[in-house]
Design a binder for this molecule. Structure first.
Ligand code: AMP
Length: 120
């Protein structure tokens, strides 16, 4: 699937739509989900144009892949939900069976309470 430059997260990255920012560095932007499913529900997106995790792992540089994944620890530490506290869950939906709605790679980070069953 080709990257759609008009997807909602691309607009957030360009500053055309506001977000409740949690964290930003050269590689990622993290912000609160507009429709939180848990007490803490944050989305982490790479700054590069990648449709999903497959696209990212296929096309991103090693620096981008490391930068994106390392940012998770920074974010959960900032949110005080790392495994030094009570922990959290990371999830990424990919494609139609995965239930992906926004075609820009994102990790969901859930925390702040028991997250419950892995899938339902
Ligand atoms: P997914 O189904 O994995 O593609 O998840 C997309 C997520 O993006 C959903 O949890 C939405 O609530 C969230 N979302 C959609 N639009 C916005 C927005 N403008 N700001 C923050 N989160 C959003």
């Amino acid at each position: 699937m080709a990257y759609d430059k008009n997807n909602i997260f691309a607009k957030i990255l360009r500053g055309e739509i506001p977000c409740k920012k949690v964290y930003e560095n050269d590689f990622v932007l993290a912000f609160h989900d507009i429709n939180p499913q848990k007490k803490i529900h944050v989305l982490v997106i790479p700054k590069g144009e990648y449709v999903d995790l497959d696209d990212f792992n296929e096309k991103a540089t090693d620096k981008e892949i490391v930068g994106f994944n390392k940012a998770i620890l920074e974010i959960v530490t900032k949110l005080k939900i790392s495994n030094k506290s009570n922990g959290y869950r990371v999830l990424s939906n990919i494609g139609s069976d995965g239930g992906q709605e926004v075609p820009h790679l994102h990790y969901h980070i859930f925390g702040g309470e028991k997250i419950g069953k892995m899938v339902n």
